[in-house]
Structures are given as structure tokens and as C-alpha cells.
Design a protein around this ligand. Structure first.
Ligand SMILES: [Zn+2]
Length: 457
């Protein structure tokens, strides 16, 4: 919590606790707020220049429309994906497992003929917890004004060569580092035709019951300039869904609503972690959490993951310039239209990539979020007691309890509680605060917080 330091009295009580309980409370000595050299190095290694060269190369394929040419080596979506795959294999230096994930879509509202939909998927296998995955994506397909036009120039520099380039750069940099959990870097297809590529992968993940602990999509992260000319290159929007709009509420959602936890969905918890980590490692850059699934009239590749019950978020620039999205390249009334690379600010894109990479690295180094966290509700009291299941990581140090006012969207305080499976926060009523429980490892890496559900009776 760099933005909300613990109060002096809380710090004092942690210190006293450490003296009183040397074994279980040594965790209080871990400095969870200090930056980790490995993450700092990753952030420094992200290169705006390389991102720029990836964007320009992607634009050079003329169109990356999902139904465009696939035989040519220089034009169309086939050439684009073969180049992305080859580039990831080259830079991955044996650490990235790079595969095409493909299927044939028979047809749909925006697919007029049977079309092979191909995602490029690069997996960096975790060392100690390879079955826990974090996924980061951009979509490499592009479009012109007519979404069915598969031949016109469709540079898609911002939408979404910017996101694809950021993901490629993260993959190449992070492949040089080791993590506890696995990270999946994805360039997906057919976003513009209806999120087909991401939907295919997310459904397979659910069928295989993969533990996707968090997913980010990067879509339109290339421009710091609004259509009215204002520049904001110091912030990014992070869209985070609360309660999903489904007809039948699952029990977990019903419990959230019953306890006022609309803003403690797994996606919002993930968003808090991204904001804290991203802002710590990219000073001066703000992650603005937007409490929404996405913008009006728009969607993205995080949605198929949300629909499969995973925590998923969308990164998008602060102000979009719609002259340079989904438009044929042309000049009208002296205004250049079209999604051209000259309207992409790759220094800005690199900072968004740094926020992503810092968050992914911190998640993949940290333990999993604690499971089965329950709020004890057996009696009326002004203390707050919680219990949870033990984490299984070998480098686990213990747990941390965090809290915030019910009107705050970010954690405001926290206390290390040692390697215990229950804890009572004295004098802070569960009626007046939201609580979360995080797992902490011996290097001070902290997990996403888990929301306590009312105790099962
Ligand atoms: Zn897009």
C-alpha cells in the first residue's frame, strides 16, 4: 500500500507483536512495500523502441483481417501470425513454448465463410507452481470501416498492434526471468469479428479446468492523445467488472451481494493488486480502475474469460481518438483518418506494458490467494475474526489481513498476522470495514486478497 501507509499506531503494534511472538510474527519484519530487484529489472528492460518496431512490422502486412489472405509471406493475417510466432520463438530462447491454437469457425454474424481462427500462444512455465496461470493478451487482427472488408488497408496500429506489441515485448523480456507460477502470452485473432479467438481459448481452459488466476487484455493502449487534442500520457484505464450481469446468480455472487461485497469480486481484487504494483514500479503513472466491464458499445478479449468465471481485466488508453479506430485510411475535410502508426505513442505503450509486466511478475512470484476465507459470524461483536485454508507453497511465510472503509475502492491498512489459519482483528468491526486476506512469501511477495464469505454453519 504505498499510497496509504500504515498509521503509526498500527506500525507500533506490529513491532510489539514481533517482540512478543518471535516465531509466528517474524513475518512482520518482511518489507512488503520494498521493490523487488527482479521486477525492477523487468520494468527497465521493456523497450519502447522494440515495441515501435513490432507495431510497424504488424502494420506492414497491409491487413490482418481475420478473413484475409493466409498464403502470402508479406500480406494478410497468415503472414502476420507466422511472423509473431517466429519472433517469439527467437526471443524466447528456449524458455517460451510457442504454439498455434487454432480451430475452424464455420460461420457467424461477422464470419461469412469457414475460417481458420488462429491464436499465437507462448507459455513461460512456472518453476514451483506451474499449474497456476496468469494470461496476458492483445489481438493481432485488424479491420477497416466495413468489418467484413478483408482486403482494404487496415493498419490497426493502435487497435491492436499496440497491445500485441506490448505482449510480445513482455514475453521476450520475461522469458529471461523465472517465476513460481506460469505466464501465458497470447496474440489472439478474430477479436473484431466477435471475440472468437479468446472465446475458443477461454472455453478450452474451463473444460480442462485450468487454474487461470488472472487475465489481462491490452486493447487500444497506443495513444495518449484524445480526439480534442488533450495529451494524457500518465495514466491508463483498467476496466474491472463487479457483479456479472447473468440471469441466474451463482451462490458466490449471491454471498457477495448479501454482504455488500459488490466491489470485492475476483476481478476487482485483481485490479487492486495491479494498481498497487503498477504504480509502485512505474512512478508517476496512474492506473485508473474503472468499475465497469468495458466501455459502452465496446467489448474485448477479457469478456470470454469473465464468462468462464475467471478474474479478467482490460487495459485501455485514457482518451480514445475515434478518427483512428475502425476507419478506412483516407483524408476527409483535411483530417487524416485511419489507425496509422504515426498516431501511436510507443513511449506511452511501453509504460502500459511496464505496468502489465510488474503486475504479472509480482503475481507469478507471489503465492496463490488464500482459499476458503471465511468471516466468523457466530456472535454479535465488534472484533473481526476470519479463518482460511492453508496455502501449500514451500516458500510461504504467512498471511496478511488488509482492510478499507466501505466507500473506499483501495486497501487502506494491513497487518501481518504470521503463519496462522485464523485471526481476530481487535476493535475493527466487520460491519464497518471490508477485509481481505493475502498470502505472503519469504521474499515479501504478496498475493491478491481473498474476500471472506460468511462462515458456513
Ligand atoms: Zn481492439
Amino acid at each position: 500500500m504505498p499510497q496509504s501507509p500504515l498509521t503509526h499506531s498500527v506500525l507500533l503494534s506490529i513491532t510489539l507483536l514481533a517482540f512478543a511472538l518471535p516465531a509466528s510474527a517474524q513475518i512482520a519484519e518482511l518489507n512488503i512495500n520494498e521493490t523487488k530487484p527482479q521486477i525492477t529489472k523487468i520494468v527497465q528492460q521493456i523497450s519502447a523502441q522494440r515495441i515501435d518496431s513490432y507495431v510497424r512490422k504488424l502494420v506492414s502486412f497491409h491487413t490482418r483481417h481475420t478473413m484475409s489472405e493466409t498464403q502470402s509471406d508479406t500480406v494478410g493475417i497468415g503472414a502476420a501470425r507466422r511472423w509473431i510466432k517466429a519472433e517469439l520463438e527467437r526471443c524466447g530462447a528456449g524458455q517460451l513454448d510457442v504454439q498455434f491454437d487454432s480451430y475452424v469457425e464455420a460461420g457467424g454474424r461477422r464470419i461469412s465463410k469457414p475460417t481458420e481462427i488462429v491464436n499465437v500462444v507462448a507459455t513461460l512455465k512456472g518453476k514451483t507452481d506451474p499449474g497456476r496461470y496468469y494470461v496476458v493478451s492483445g489481438h493481432y487482427d485488424s479491420r477497416a470501416t466495413d468489418v467484413m472488408d478483408a482486403t482494404s488497408f487496415a493498419p490497426g496500429a493502435n487497435d491492436d498492434a499496440s497491445g500485441t506489441a506490448a505482449v510480445m515485448e513482455m514475453a521476450c523480456v520475461m522469458a529471461q526471468h523465472r517465476f513460481d507460477a506460469s505466464i501465458v502470452f497470447m496474440a489472439v485473432a478474430a477479436e473484431e469479428q466477435g471475440l472468437y479467438g479468446a472465446t475458443h481459448w477461454a472455453k478450452q481452459a474451463r473444460e480442462k479446468n485450468l487454474n487461470i488466476a488472472g487475465m489481462f487484455t491490452n486493447d487500444i493502449i497506443g495513444s495518449s492523445r484524445s480526439e480534442h487534442g488533450e495529451i494524457d500520457n500518465k495514466s491508463v484505464r483498467l476496466f474491472a467488472e463487479g457483479i456479472p450481469a447473468v440471469k441466474e446468480l451463482p451462490d458466490a455472487t449471491r454471498n457477495l451481494i448479501a454482504t455488500g461485497g459488490e466491489s470485492d469480486s475476483i476481478s476487482r481484487q485483481l485490479a487492486r493488486h495491479v494498481k498497487e504494483t503498477g504504480e509502485r514500479y512505474v512512478p508517476g503513472f496512474t492506473v485508473n480502475i474503472i468499475h465497469r466491464r468495458d466501455r459502452y458499445l465496446r467489448g474485448g478479449d477479457h469478456i470470454p474469460f469473465l464468462e468462464q468465471g475467471y478474474a479478467a481485466l482490460r487495459f485501455t488508453e485514457p482518451n480514445e481518438d475515434f478518427h483512428h479506430q475502425h476507419q478506412n485510411v483516407r483524408v476527409e475535410n483535411g483530417v487524416q483518418l485511419g489507425d496509422l502508426p504515426e498516431f501511436v505513442d510507443t513511449d506511452y505503450t511501453a509504460n502500459v506494458a511496464r505496468v502489465n509486466a510488474a503486475a504479472l511478475a509480482s503475481l507469478a512470484l507471489a503465492p496463490a490467494a488464500p482459499a476458503q476465507v471465511q468471516m466468523k459470524t457466530s456472535q454479535l461483536e465488534n472484533d473481526t475474526s476470519m479463518r482460511w485454508d492453508a496455502n501449500t507453497e514451500a516458500d510461504l511465510a504467512g498471511y496478511r489481513i488488509v482492510w478499507r472503509d466501505t466507500t473506499s475502492s483501495v486497501w487502506q491498512g494491513g497487518v501481518m498476522v504470521g503463519n496462522v489459519l485464523s485471526y481476530t482483528v481487535k476493535g475493527k468491526s466487520k460491519d464497518n470495514y471490508f477485509f481481505g486476506v493475502q498470502a505472503v512469501d519469504k521474499d515479501g511477495n504478496i498475493s491478491v486478497a481473498s474476500y471472506p464469505m460468511p462462515e458456513k454453519k
